[in-house]
Design a protein around this ligand. Sequence first.
Ligand code: NIG
Ligand code: FE
Length: 414
Amino acid sequence: MTTLITHIQQLVAVRDSYHLLRGNEMQSLPLLEDAFLLVEDGIIAQYGKMYELELKVPVLPAHIIDATGQFVLPTWCDSHTHLVFAQSREGEFIDKIKGLSYADIAARGGGILNSAEKLAAATEEELFESGMVRLQEMMRLGTGAVEIKSGYGLSLEGELKMLRVIKKIKAAAPIPVKASFLGAHTYPAAYKESHAAYISLLVDELLPVIAKEQLADYIDVFCESGFFSPAEMETICLAAGQYGLLPKLHVNQLNSIGGLQKAIQLNALSVDHLETMTPVDIQDLAASNTIGTLLPTAAFFLRMNYQPARQMIDAGAAIALATDYNPGSSPSGNMNFVLSLSCIQLKMLPEEAINAATINAAYAMELQDELGSISIGKKANLIFTKPMPSLAYLPYAFGANLIDKVMINGIILA
Ligand code: NIG
Ligand code: FE
């Protein structure tokens, strides 16, 4: 099918060519005013200013969408989620209101272990159904690609169950889905004192099956005091590397323990969280090829200090944004709120935030040739906003639903 979108007030993130944006470059967000966009078979086929329409599209298709007063953007890429889980955890949310910390809750068997217990009792069908519902809700909020982690299985059967569910979601979803193996999310109770045995389960038993069944694109480890050390993360990542899995890693959320430096040394595609960054950490990230993925809603929900985005960008780092959608630290898959928080609390400029949630986030899940900008040949996954006074209004008017409609593969979502 061919669709022509006309009279777009601003066509945002128009890029004839593209690269990962770092430092000052993140401020540059090219756009066309009074523009058109042509979609053929789900792919961006042409775009330009309205006065160029006759020249660039000599024969108009039958299907035309008038976008007068609307901004059109590439959909968000959410490169870090844990959206497959069995149950929400609002009981812990109340415990936190009453004064317990995330670490207190984890120490008494709550947190990730609570989710693991619930996951063990759920069937693949139940996990698939609830995961698809969350994914569809995210699509309606403007997300056009998503990464999903395992990590609530924490056993041979549990991790394989989660990864198989993610594989089914991948096959069923109309948007690209990437899978990360996060068996190293926490030590299950039975392995609390025998780390080597659990790492051997991950490396010697799980990885070969994951590789054989092609269940993961990436390896992830929660590198944190009381969870996995940088050395343990290295062992796991090197083993996963034998099967071609690139690292995307949880580091520097609660403590700075050298996880960031180890991740960079391991050529990680991204280092995610980064709430706790020393000046040296910021310099090391900026000097590396690794993308820093910030998860501001996790800091918001856990009442932690926000990621020092300003310092990281000013130092020259490449920054992406994601939701971290999970039942414990970020029970929301809403990238629009991530965008607002990153401007309000992390002091990112609207242009930087939009770039971080589109082109850089596409790079953070190796989808830069399919998504992340308005470029000929990329997927027509688009956000149409409601009429707004300016693009900055999008993060400014936090909590408002400014999305009029979402197009996925050239089709407007019902
Ligand atoms: O990214 N920090 C580790 N993992 C998740 C939280 C998982 C949970 O609490 O269930 C995160 O914040
Ligand atoms: Fe996470």
